[in-house]
Design a binder for this molecule. Structure first.
Ligand code: TEU
Ligand code: CA
Length: 560
């Protein structure tokens, strides 16, 4: 395994709009991030990933970029970004930008040209097609509801938009598009940016036959996810841009199992440092957005284990995450946001920092922030949530109350409410009313409180991060699943050169007994005689024995 800085790093994701508002206009901004660098250093993270801060009309909160080389006015200026980068670098914290190059905004100059006429030099920068039988060219659906095609009167053709109609898809078949995008990437690398998170990057190659889709989710994805030329395009991009720098690259890749993932991240492919998988955060939405099912821990264990073993075998790497700006809060999903909020938040954090890969912490996760409890469907801001609500209302299968319950569980807004810094009005995020409603539990859950309390989620995350730095086994230890059939406990080893770790995670709200003797074949090789408890989310000084009782949501890391 090759040593790389990003394998040792813990990444902290910042959604600038909701992190900290420096000028009290209700919108978080870059100077707000600068004000919180001490906080990031205190937590101990090595890199920051900023969600898009480029110029954008904000149809999808910055994922619709109108100028790749300019900063959104609401967020500040290019000078602010440069200052943030310098100040982070002074503390040895790297900075990673979000790169959205599957699509642009319809207000990007390329699209404004493109839509003017069929012979405009920019026409082929986007995907234009004639309609069929008085309708769109095929049946593909957008991720945000509705058809993936928009009719444009001016030239009597349709353009493709896999997301909102203000996010037209770029035509990667066109070499000029690729060249222009590579210039953008080089420009940022030359500025000193340490890497990129590449938005829906496995959607860039569309099957050029543009056939009707037959699989739901959204309809047509079999023709645009992991498409025919995706690896060719990515390798070309990598070799022309970031592979010539010491950069970290994280491909965001929906519709991807481990076998597909290896094509992007196996070391010899030289495409991405790692990907952002989805399967493990979709185990409670098997029937789609509106159907909520419980987590089956066995499924999570099987999935994580398959990824861990196959990555190991192929020298591949992955990101480890539970939360981001698209995901509802994990403590409200796989944990318990009631009486065991702290315990379960710490337990999930333990998993995140003890598997092999690079942990990503999303703002607020380190204090155990929970899902929201909005009282009105109109309070939801997110374009995806509004799209689903609209479609579901049309279907008429759900009452207003049910829709509210579903949206409060599922909406991306769960992650997007302002960060809780203290218990002041607006939680210390701003002095003005924020752009989106607050989560109303900020008086109980906030940074100030966590910093003052010994057993806070924040302190626990801080310890996890520092352990990871101290013991290389967290980074390079080999993974081995234990107690494979257990429905409540996820247990595994990490076997390193100097130390080994035993990790025990109780996912249930009950006390459970485990018996490691049953793991006979594996245990035989182990010497637990001087095992030492490194970290636990309960006050305990128990020695390791092969028969143990684990308290609700207990998490333990032993070193032996
Ligand atoms: O997300 C892509 C993506 O797969 C999401 O649509 C995801 O499936 C969904 O939100 C889960 O509820 C990326 C960005 O992270 C997201 O914020 C953008 O809206 C999207 O791309 C378009 O750029
Ligand atoms: Ca502001």
């Amino acid at each position: 395994m090759h040593k790389k800085w990003w394998k040792e790093a813990v990444v902290y994701q910042i959604y600038p709009r909701s992190f900290n508002d420096s000028n009290n206009d209700g919108i978080g901004d870059l100077r707000g991030v600068i004000e919180k660098i001490d906080y990031l250093e205190d937590l101990g993270v090595d890199a920051v990933w900023l969600n898009p801060v480029y110029k954008s009309p904000n149809d999808d909160n910055g994922y619709d970029i109108s100028d790749y080389r300019a900063i959104m006015d609401e967020f500040g200026t290019m000078e602010d970004l440069e200052e943030l980068m310098e100040k982070l670098h002074e503390r040895d914290i790297r900075i990673i930008m979000d790169l959205v190059i599957n699509h642009t905004s319809d207000e990007h100059q390329w699209f404004e040209e493109s839509r003017k006429s069929k012979d405009n030099p920019y026409r082929d920068y986007y995907i234009w097609k004639d309609g069929k039988n008085g309708g769109p060219p095929n049946n593909w659906r957008s991720f945000f509801g509705g058809p993936a095609w928009e009719y444009d009167e001016q030239t009597d053709q349709y353009y493709l938009h896999l997301f909102s109609k203000k996010q037209p898809d770029l035509n990667w078949e066109n070499e000029k598009v690729r060249r222009d995008l590579f210039d953008v990437i080089k420009w940022w690398l030359e500025k000193g940016i340490d890497g990129f998170r590449l938005d829906v990057i496995n959607l860039i190659s569309k099957d050029q036959r543009f056939l009707d889709g037959t699989k739901e989710g959204p309809l047509g994805f079999e023709y645009f996810a992991n498409g025919p030329r995706v690896h060719e395009f990515i390798k070309e991009m990598a070799d022309n841009t970031y592979n010539n720098y010491d950069a970290m690259t994280v491909g965001e890749t929906p519709f991807l199992d481990i076998d597909e993932a290896l094509k992007f991240v196996a070391e010899d492919r030289e495409e991405f440092s790692m990907v952002i998988p989805f399967e493990h955060v979709e185990l409670d939405r098997k029937e789609g957005w509106a159907e909520i099912n419980d987590l089956d821990l066995k499924e999570l264990k099987d999935l994580m284990s398959e990824w861990q073993y196959k990555l190991e075998a192929n020298n591949g790497w992955t990101s480890l995450y539970f939360c981001n700006h698209d995901q509802p809060r994990i403590v409200s999903r796989y944990g318990d946001d009631g009486i065991y909020r702290k315990e379960s938040a710490k337990m999930l954090g333990t998993m995140l920092h003890t598997l092999k890969g690079t942990p990503f912490i999303y703002q607020g996760e380190e204090i155990g922030m929970t899902n929201i409890n909005f009282k009105d469907l109109n309070d939801f801001d997110d374009i995806e949530t509004r799209g689903y609500i609209k479609d579901l209302k049309k279907d008429g299968d759900f009452s207003e109350e049910e829709l509210l319950r579903i949206a409060n569980y599922r909406s991306r807004d769960n992650a997007r409410t302002p960060m809780h810094w203290n218990d002041d009005k607006y939680a210390g995020f701003s002095e003005s009313e924020p752009w989106i409603k607050m989560n109303d539990n900020y008086p109980e859950i906030n940074v100030e409180k966590d910093l003052q309390s010994e057993d806070s989620v924040f302190n626990y995350y801080q310890k996890l991060i520092s352990l990871r730095k101290e013991y290389p086994v967290f980074v390079d230890g080999k993974y081995k699943l234990l107690l494979e059939k257990d429905q409540d406990v996820y247990a595994y080893l990490r076997e390193g050169k100097d130390n080994n770790l035993l990790v025990l995670l109780n996912f249930s709200s009950e006390e459970v007994k485990i018996d490691l003797c049953k793991e006979f074949e594996i245990i035989e090789e182990l010497d637990f005689s001087d095992a030492e408890l490194m970290l636990s989310n309960y006050q305990t000084d128990k020695d390791l024995s092969l028969k143990l009782k684990l308290k609700p949501f207990e998490a333990d890391i032993y070193k032996y």
